[in-house]
Ligand binder design. Structure first.
Ligand code: 4AD
Ligand code: MG
Length: 436
């Protein structure tokens, strides 16, 4: 197999700039049909799909034979003239003159028909080649890029945090334990505690990495390994934190609408649902949310955390994203600042996406007071010696600070209108899935 002459390379998305020229393009055979008098090859190269047309009079007999024997996903180099064709997806097609087969694919397991989801997940490495999955990955890339662009333009610095950690951030029940040269270590659940340290060094920071939760939840929203972006801001209080979240989500949705119309169409997402997303978002207190749920027979007690069905029911009462705020301290993490008016609740909010997609952001103001933080660490039975460095942040120049974590796959699942979070990450890790 050889790489074609680099000078001649044209990608499918750029074919429109080469009308009536002879080009060479390299790609994979997505689909084909031939009547014996004319053959149509659908070729994809990652930038798009184009149709190449051939007739026995345009090509020599050997090439015509080769065309007949092609198999789905064979890798090829096609040479021919680019012609305008308004009926084709990109407005062009190629009149094939020459075909080079780089590798004749074996019988492809993902034939172009409906497949069950387990089968598709087992073949995720191939499933990713289909137009819908390509569109989802492009949306994912766009979202990640826009999140970072927004934060950087707003004065944030990206500071990365470790994956291997000695301590728990989000409760000890979902820790992934591993062995660190004879000592237990855990895969990070969140970079937050470290970001609090870097915020005291750089002011406004964010970390962006995979996070791991050994959660036994088998829902449409839970992954074992997911990506989270976590801004942390010195001198931001609770309200500053929510205002930033609103601006950030509004920006990302807006940029997706501006740049990804084609991808949204491919995944079947109605842009009108996203065009309505404008700050300020709605707000409901945890207490009022419980009242709303009481009318619907959920049987949730004050002090319990909200689950996926509760979130769906609450979000259903609003046509915009909604912050559920001021949760009972006892159902949330140890580091959250109590509400000074009502210390049994904390200055924390979850942002729920509309249309039943659930929580996309969790955030809070952090405890600034040394004594209170130490008390909470003890109440949560966390190993004090591992949190000594974290307590230092309250010993040396403690300030009001806040932050949040936004789950990339949750945001993407909502923005793209996917049924399940499993399509939102290239290789999902779920309760019963570690491969491919
Ligand atoms: O609400 P969580 O657990 O908050 C934290 O980890 C904080 N330390 C973040 C911070 O304040 N810096 O998680 C934050 C977000 C959720 O809102 C959700 O979007 C996502 O992370 N998330 C998950 N996404 C997919 N699968 C899971 N199992 C997830 N768990 C959380
Ligand atoms: Mg949460």
């Amino acid at each position: 197999m050889t790489v074609m002459d680099k000078e001649a390379r044209v990608s499918i998305e750029a074919l429109g700039d080469h009308l009536d020229e002879t080009v060479a393009l390299q790609g994979w055979l997505y689909n084909h049909r031939s009547s014996g008098k004319i053959a149509f090859l659908q070729i994809r190269d990652g930038t798009g799909v184009v149709q190449a047309v051939a007739t026995p009079s345009d090509v020599d007999a050997a090439t015509w034979e080769k065309i007949q024997s092609l198999t789905q996903e064979s890798s090829l180099v096609v040479r021919g003239v680019v012609r305008a064709d308004p009926r084709s997806p990109g407005g062009v097609e190629i009149h094939l003159a020459n075909l080079q087969v780089l590798q004749l694919a074996e019988e492809y397991p993902l034939a172009l028909k409906e497949h069950g989801v387990e089968f598709l997940l087992n073949h995720r490495h191939l499933w990713l080649r289909t137009p819908r999955q390509v569109a989802i990955m492009r949306l994912r890339d766009r979202i990640m890029r826009e999140l970072e662009d927004f934060l950087r333009d707003d004065g944030f610095t990206r500071v990365d945090t470790p994956i291997l950690t000695p301590n728990a951030c989000e409760g000890t029940s979902s820790l992934f334990e591993t062995d660190f040269f004879g000592h237990p270590a855990y895969l990070t659940q969140s970079g937050q505690l470290y970001s609090e340290a870097t915020a005291a060094a750089l002011g406004k920071v964010y970390c962006f990495s995979p996070a791991f939760r050994a959660e036994k939840s088998k829902t449409r929203r839970h992954l074992i390994e997911f990506w989270m972006i976590e801004p942390e801001m010195a001198f931001y209080d609770y309200e500053d934190n929510l205002a930033l979240q609103e601006r950030l989500v509004e920006h990302v949705v807006d940029r997706v609408l501006q740049t990804c119309a084609e991808e949204l169409e491919t995944v079947g997402r109605d842009p009108a649902q996203l065009e309505r997303i404008r700050a300020p978002f709605a707000r409901i207190s945890y207490d009022d949310a419980l009242e709303l749920l009481a009318d619907q027979d959920f049987g949730i007690e004050w002090g319990e955390d909200l689950g996926a069905p509760h979130e769906t029911a609450i979000a259903g009462a609003f046509d915009r994203p909604v912050f559920v705020e001021r949760f009972p301290a006892k159902c949330k993490a140890f580091y959250m600042e109590p509400d000074p008016q009502r210390p049994e609740v904390v200055l924390a909010a979850d942002l729920l996406a509309p249309e039943g997609y659930g929580e996309i952001i969790g955030g809070s103001q952090r405890i600034a007071d040394y004594d209170l933080l130490l008390r909470r660490i003890r109440e949560h039975n966390l190993p004090e010696e591992d949190f000594n460095w974290y307590l230092d942040l309250r010993r040396y120049g403690s300030v009001v600070h806040s932050g949040f974590g936004l789950g990339i796959e949750r945001l993407l699942t909502w923005v793209a209108g996917l049924d399940h979070v499993r399509e939102s990450i290239p290789f999902p890790r779920m309760l019963n899935r570690l491969s491919p």
